[in-house]
Design a protein around this ligand. Sequence first.
Ligand code: PGA
Length: 334
Amino acid sequence: MKKLTKPLIVGNWKTNPPTLDSAKNIFRSMKRISSTRKDVEVVICPPAPFISELSDISGIDVSHKNKRGVSVGAQDVSIYSEGSHTGEASASMLESSGACYVIVGHSERRAAGETDTTISMKIAQVLKTRMTAILCVGEKIRDEGGEYLTEIQGQIRAALAGLTYESFSQIIIAYEPVWAIGRQDNSAMSAHDLHQMVLYIRKFLHEKWGESVAKNVPILYGGSVFNENAYDILWNGEANGLLVGRASWTVESFSALLKAIDAPAPKEEKRELKSYPRKTVKAVRKSRPSKMKKVKGKSKTKKIKKAVRKSVKKPVKKISKKGGTKRKGSKKKR
Ligand code: PGA
């Protein structure tokens, strides 16, 4: 099962911008900014009519999702693969237009009548291609009795019910509490609450599909993420990435968000080691016993360990004034 090695930042453009020209301009700038970042993977999900052109600019197709830059995703997919279904875009149409990802079951689509059944049919369609499905789940309200947990579990169970173990490499879960999406006061959920939910989802995945799925399926967070709260949500909430709506609509807000989520600084000891003079680091490396070759009989490492043990047990020898040695603490001979 594939594991995300860096945070995945997915921009959901919804019904923006109004024209193809402006979409291309925004996308080009986002590509330029994202190309300088080795530490995040960026996906933009534009409206369906823009996918093909933006994918040409992107240069990343479904088989090279992890290249630097920006890849393109779709915001929805049809439950049908072909036929008389006016207005629908099938999974293979999206894939051949250059989409690498598809958002499935977004709360705005659920509000427009999408059900758990249609969502699972859409997931099945995505799995016929090489695209990755970003399954959105989220409660409408948070009740004190914890009913919302059952709601989340139900949404995941229904959408992923018939999946084989292998198919999970094409699944990402985006936890998007409906009450946190599109908030005017920009207040997303707290990192602590998100962390609890991430653990809850992983526990459920473990019960239902086992350890590997539970550990490796990426879980994103979405709902009023901006540059002000992105770092906390991502790193302290322990999400594997973010699904961003409004903050992905302009180059300024999106680049501010990417800047804000710079990976946390390395731990204290590592930083200290880095600042040692080169000579000291070299000397430390040289003195490490692990790289020493084995000699006949006991290995040098063993010999060193034995010597260390001995030296700890025995009291340290002191040089006497007369040039001889004496043990520390031994009585003076008269
Ligand atoms: P928002 O949208 O970031 O504007 O709240 C998130 C979403 O709908 O995915």
